[in-house]
Design a protein around this ligand. Structure first.
Ligand code: LLP
Length: 415
């Protein structure tokens, strides 16, 4: 569900007509619905409420805009970060360490230091080298670091091959036999306490069964850890819950929660989930202006002022995003076209062979479900400044990031 709806052929975000925003900001622009964000966050919390007091840790990589993070902080959210930069963002808005999980494939000594100083709840770790490094850094700071091992339960989550992370051959997590050796070795480390287990099997997952299979393996391993005297208190089942891009493919959070609850309860652990896309994905659109409509042979191209630099997902994953006009004009003919950007790359497209109304230059299109992995994966390729971000709240909206300028593009160059 979301709060982007047409009223009398005009697209609204909550109670604000999108046209009103773009008149002021120009395009391209990302527009977020705060109400959609909060609704999804609350849905997850109530879905998993039976687990006791679950920590819903929003995964910042999906969208790290500070105003959005603040909104979630006020709602009581915890957060998952994967870099010093993401942690810095949360420190800036005053999120206490006990509400932060520090994950990620590998961290530097400086990042670990920052995490320890800020008192993060725990580090999710996935290499032996990193465990040893955390132990050394913690010793230097005279602290004990809480860590969770990220396991690779080797399941097939049936999503895009770039979005699987808990499968044989992925770089992520420890295979169970390796984790077992390590868990025993960790008993000797004085500045580390193994307090949790973590899995994250992929992203945009629609099916429940891969979670269940993976979690069964994790729970079995958890019992082994406890038998060796590790005080495992946290069970982090990751994120990855799918949203809708096409129609109604997304499953309600309670479907996942219900299927996993018996296993979660059996552990007696406090639960952590770390969703990104589920919270913000359907809460954002990208609005772009049509610059040209070109016919090459029998083929139409709708060329927009946003491109793979603004929203990379179609170019990188062949991802499908719904596209619709900001103003509907009933009775208009329909066109089959490639919707593309202005970037000098053939991979620069939003849609291929898409049926859409025969728009003209100067009209605006909305690319839906762009709230997650949109702005955060944007770049300034071809020296195009990043767009503004807008947060809507009811009948009001706020510019929560200004669009970059040409000056911003060269600010750090020395010449
Ligand atoms: N936890 C960990 C350890 C992760 O690696 C991720 C995402 C999440 C949580 C949040 O996953 P979510 O709930 O958002 O699925 N750029 C891709 C998605 C990459 C996901 C990376 N890891 C895309 O645009 O589809």
């Amino acid at each position: 569900m979301d709060f982007f709806k047409y009223r009398k052929n005009r697209l609204y975000c909550e109670n604000v007509p999108v046209e009103r925003i773009i008149k002021r900001t120009g395009t391209p622009v990302y527009i977020y619905s705060g109400r959609t964000v909060l609704t999804h966050w609350r849905r997850l919390r109530s879905a998993f409420a039976a687990a006791g007091n679950p920590l819903i840790s929003y995964s910042l990589k999906a969208n790290s805009n500070l105003a959005l993070c603040k909104l979630l902080k006020r709602a009581g959210s915890a957060f998952e970060v994967v870099s010093g930069g993401e942690l810095f963002r949360l420190i800036k808005i005053g999120v206490p360490g006990r509400r932060i999980i520090f994950g990620g494939v590998a961290k530097t000594a400086d990042e670990i230091k920052l995490g320890l100083r800020h008192g993060v709840l725990m580090f999710n770790v996935e290499t032996r080298d990193e465990i040893m490094l955390i132990n050394r850094v913690a010793a230097r700071l005279k602290k004990t670091a809480s860590v969770a091992l990220r396991l690779n339960p080797e399941v097939e989550p049936a999503t895009h091959r770039y979005l699987t992370t808990g499968q044989k051959g992925n770089k992520f997590g420890f295979y169970l036999p390796d984790a077992e050796r390590l868990m025993k070795e960790m008993l000797a480390l004085k500045h580390i306490s193994l307090v949790g287990l973590h899995m994250h099997i992929g992203s945009q997952i629609i099916r429940v069964s891969p979670y269940r299979t993976a979690l069964k393996r994790v729970v079995k391993f958890l019992e082994k850890c406890r038998a060796f005297g590790h005080p495992i208190r946290w069970l982090d089942i990751g994120g990855g819950f799918g949203i809708y891009y096409h129609g109604h493919e997304a499953r309600p959070a309670r479907v996942f929660a219900r299927a996993l609850m018996p296993l979660i309860k059996k552990t007696g652990c406090r639960l952590i989930v770390e969703p990104g896309r589920f919270i913000v994905g359907n809460a954002g659109i990208l609005v772009t202006r049509v610059l040209s409509v070109k016919k090459s042979g029998a083929k139409y191209f709708v060329i927009c002022d946003a491109g793979m630099n603004t929203l990379l997902r179609p170019a990188l994953y062949g991802a499908y995003h719904k596209i619709g006009p900001v103003t509907r004009r009933p009775g208009r003919t329909v066109l089959t076209a490639d919707v593309v950007g202005p970037i000098c790359e053939s991979g620069d497209f939003f849609a291929k062979k898409r049926r859409l109304p025969a728009v003209k230059p100067g009209e605006y299109l909305a690319v839906f479900s762009a709230g997650a992995y949109g702005f955060t994966m944007s770049s300034t390729y071809n020296s195009r400044p990043r767009p503004a971000e807008i947060l809507v709240n009811g009948s009001k909206y706020q510019i929560v990031r200004k669009s970059e300028t040409y000056q911003d593009l060269i600010r750090l160059d020395r010449y």
